[in-house]
Design a protein around this ligand. Structure first.
Ligand code: 9YW
Length: 421
């Protein structure tokens, strides 16, 4: 088998191994449940293995959708002692049980790609038609409950909700969250080197927030008013924006078209406020601290995500493309999650430096949209080089390309099948 065939075979094997029957765990051991944005990316990988299975990934995730439309960040289909905090901590009633927060809503965009690229068009139409009302309810939930004052930016209440858990962008906001005093036992450190994971002090605050949501009866108004962690995450807002645009498009090809004026108005509103998050010196967009009503001055890869949502001007896109090239000089093995020039940069610690393949892909997709095909291709080449060098790890040291975190990771394998091989 040549090198390419071998990489393809390995990636497909990873998806099959991590398949627990209709849903895919991110990796065995460390993450034993179904995660929201992982499911979207992973479905894309299944497209190259088994189209029906790609659709099932979404259907299984939507089994956890709440009545208000929210799609949780984790759906606990099966019990496992490998992960903390599990369903006994979140205490959400429901079958299947879930967490009480969400994650960047990639699903609509992934559904669109799979719908357009799949070969079985009849199957795709049936599956799309069934998923549309669920996707619409999910997006409506974001705008209704997470932007109740119609500012154009949705709120996040937990670093886990951003999908970029220990990003230094959250450090100051997290300092305002009390540390939980009850004892608890982490499980992640049984699987991964502690140097690559968030610190205990951060976990103490993460768990405080889990308790806070429950103590506030998961009531969106109480949480909006009082949550000590309250951010407007640029990356999540960009993912939502792109997803809404894709959903508006999908409504035109669905068998039954519905009134999308409310989602159209939300997307237009977001378009109006994104410019306020642009930083003219850093050449990227910034996250926002809701309670202090100001942007958070930390350069992260999330700040380039408005490329993916088509929310940048051509001038901003050109400045971001040049900035990305500079980051790639300092960290040549994929786009660093935190700028290598930030004092908080840490090459191996999760979202404080490492490069993540699905982020590289989304940003490359945005760069292509703006005509920066050369930088998009550079991102593709460096991403390809790291999997050849290190295999399908959860994330990679952007300086050395060393694989970090969990091994045989579903979304890394999926993005490789879709983008790199
Ligand atoms: C955790 C599953 C998840 C991802 C997140 C990533 C990590 C889980 O793993 O969070 O417990 O720390 O940060 O983006 O969805 O792959």
């Amino acid at each position: 088998m040549n090198k390419l065939d071998n990489l393809v075979a390995q990636a497909k094997d990873i998806l099959r191994t991590n398949d627990l029957g209709g849903y895919t765990v991110p990796t065995k051991g460390l993450y034993p449940f179904q995660w929201n944005w992982d499911a979207g990316v992973t479905a894309l990988g299944w497209l190259y293995v088994d189209e029906l299975r790609a659709w099932t990934e979404f259907e299984k995730l939507f089994e956890g959708q709440w009545e208000n439309g929210m799609v949780p960040h984790i759906v606990f289909h099966q019990e496992s002692d490998d992960y903390f905090p599990g369903p006994d901590q979140w205490k959400v009633e429901g079958n299947p049980p879930s967490t009480s927060i969400s994650q960047p809503p990639l699903l609509a965009t992934m559904v669109r790609i799979i719908y357009e690229q799949s070969k079985d068009k009849e199957l795709a139409q049936t599956k799309l038609d069934a998923l549309m009302p669920k996707l619409i309810r999910y997006h409506e939930w974001w705008y209704r409950e997470r932007d109740p004052e119609n500012t154009g930016l949705v709120s996040s209440y937990h670093p886990w909700e951003s999908g970029m858990d220990n990003s230094p962008a959250w450090d100051d906001v997290l300092q305002r969250v009390p540390q939980v005093t009850r004892p608890y036992q982490r499980r992640d450190l049984n699987h991964v080197d502690s140097k690559q994971r968030p610190l205990k002090e951060q976990y103490d605050r993460y768990i405080y927030l889990v308790d806070f949501f429950r103590e506030n009866d998961f009531d969106y108004q109480k949480i909006y008013q009082n949550c000590p962690f309250h951010t407007q995450d640029i990356s999540l807002n960009a993912v939502l924006q792109r997803g809404t645009l894709d959903l508006i498009h999908l409504n035109k090809v669905a068998s039954v078209a519905v009134d999308m004026s409310s989602l159209e108005a939300s997307a237009a509103k977001a378009e109006e406020v994104f410019p306020a998050l642009w930083d003219a010196e850093r050449h990227l967009f910034l996250n926002r601290d809701h309670d202090l009503a100001k942007t958070i001055p930390v350069s992260t890869s999330g700040g380039f995500m408005p490329l993916y949502s088509y929310s940048a001007t051509p001038e901003q896109a050109a400045l971001m493309a040049a900035e990305i090239k500079e980051w790639l000089v300092l960290g040549p093995s994929g786009l660093a999650s935190t700028s290598p020039l930030e004092s908080t940069f840490d090459a191996k610690r999760y979202w404080r430096g490492p490069s993540w393949l699905h982020i590289n892909w989304m940003i490359a997709d945005g760069l292509k949209h703006y005509g920066h095909d050369d930088v998009a291709e550079q991102l593709r080449q460096v991403s390809r080089a790291i999997i050849e060098q290190s295999g399908y790890f959860e994330y990679f040291d952007p300086i050395t390309g060393e694989g970090c975190g969990g091994k045989d990771f579903s979304w890394t394998a999926a993005i490789a099948l879709h983008w790199l091989l």
